[in-house]
Write a protein that binds this ligand. Structure first.
Ligand code: SF4
Length: 278
C-alpha cells in the first residue's frame, strides 16, 4: 500500500489501484500520474473566460484539460471529464499530447493573440507533473502559463507548481468548513494555505460560486473578502452565479440580484470584484 500525498484525500492505494480523483495510480509501489498528457479538451479561449479580469485582458490562451478531480461538487459543470464516470476506462475520450507538442501547438497560435497555455477544465493539479513539465518548456518558449484550480492540494507539490505558473485562478468556494467537507468533499484550510503560498509569487484571482442557501449570506462573503484583503486587497474576486447541474437539480439558479448584492458586500474589503455568469 502507498499513500498519495497530493491532496486531503490521502488515498491509500494497493498496486494497480487508482485514487479517488482517478488521475493517479499506484505502480511499482509508487503513486504516479495516470492521466499524464491525456488531453480530453483543447481550445483557444479568451483569457476572460478562465476567468481572469486583470491578466493580459483581451488576449487568448490555449486551454487544455484531462480527466479526473479530487473534489465531489454535486453541481459540477464539467462532470463529463471530472468525476461523472465509473473509471478512467469509461471516462472521456483522450489523446496523448506531450509537453513538447503542446508548447509547439501553443506557439503556433501566437499570431491569433495566444499568450500561452492554461491548465483547466478538470482539476489540473491531480496531474501536477504534466503541468510542471509543460510549464517549464512553455517558459523556455516565451509563453505564459495559467492554472485554473480548486487549490485543494498539499504543500508537498508547491515547489513543483508555484514557481512555474504566471497566473492562477483559484476557487475559494465558500468560507465555512462544513460547506467544504459536507457538500464538496474538500478541505477549506488546505485551499486557504495554497492561496497564501501562491499569492506572493504569481498573479492570482479567486472565484466564489454562490449557491442559494449554502454560501450566500452577507456575513460569509464579508468574512471571505476580509480574509483575502489580509493577503492583499487588490486580489480580484469573481462572484459567480450557480446553475442547477449534474447531481444538484433541486436548488434553483442563483438570483442575479443576489450576485450583484454580494459583489457590493465584497467591495467593502476588496478593490476588484467582478460578477460572473450573470
Ligand atoms: S490526488 Fe488523487 S490519488 Fe492523490 S490523494 Fe488526492 S484524490 Fe487521492
Amino acid at each position: 500500500m502507498s499513500v498519495c500525498e497530493v491532496c486531503h484525500n490521502h488515498c491509500n492505494l494497493k498496486e494497480g489501484m487508482t485514487g479517488m480523483c482517478m488521475g493517479r495510480i499506484c505502480r511499482d509501489g509508487k503513486i504516479i500520474c495516470a492521466n499524464y498528457g491525456l488531453i480530453s479538451s483543447i481550445a483557444l479561449d479568451p483569457i476572460e473566460k478562465k476567468p481572469f479580469a486583470r491578466f493580459f485582458p483581451g488576449s487568448m490562451v490555449v486551454s487544455v484539460g484531462s480527466y479526473g478531480c479530487n473534489l465531489r461538487c454535486p453541481f459540477c459543470q464539467n462532470h463529463s471529464i471530472s468525476y461523472g464516470f465509473e473509471s478512467p476506462l469509461s471516462g472521456p475520450p483522450v489523446k496523448y499530447i506531450s509537453p513538447k507538442e503542446l508548447v509547439s501547438i501553443a506557439s503556433s497560435y501566437k499570431e491569433e493573440g495566444n499568450i500561452g497555455i492554461a491548465f483547466t477544465y478538470n482539476e489540473p493539479l491531480i496531474g501536477f507533473e504534466y503541468v510542471r513539465d509543460t510549464s517549464i518548456l512553455a517558459h523556455e518558449a516565451g509563453l505564459k502559463t495559467v492554472l485554473v484550480s480548486n487549490g485543494c492540494v498539499s504543500e508537498k507539490i508547491y515547489d513543483d507548481i508555484i514557481p512555474n505558473i504566471d497566473a492562477m485562478n483559484i476557487d475559494l468556494k465558500g468560507f465555512t468548513d462544513n460547506y467544504y467537507t459536507d457538500v464538496l468533499h474538500g478541505d477549506r484550510q488546505m485551499v486557504m494555505e495554497f492561496i497564501k503560498a501562491a499569492a506572493p509569487h504569481c498573479h492570482i484571482e479567486l472565484t466564489t460560486l454562490i449557491v442559494p442557501g449554502l454560501n450566500d449570506s452577507d456575513e460569509e462573503i464579508l468574512e471571505l473578502s476580509a480574509w483575502i484583503a489580509k493577503i492583499r486587497d487588490d486580489i480580484p474576486l469573481h462572484i459567480s452565479r450557480y446553475f442547477p447541474r449534474f447531481h444538484m437539480t433541486d436548488i434553483p439558479a442563483t438570483d442575479v440580484g443576489t450576485i450583484y448584492h454580494l459583489a457590493e458586500v465584497a467591495r467593502c474589503n476588496l478593490k476588484y470584484v467582478y460578477t460572473g455568469n450573470c
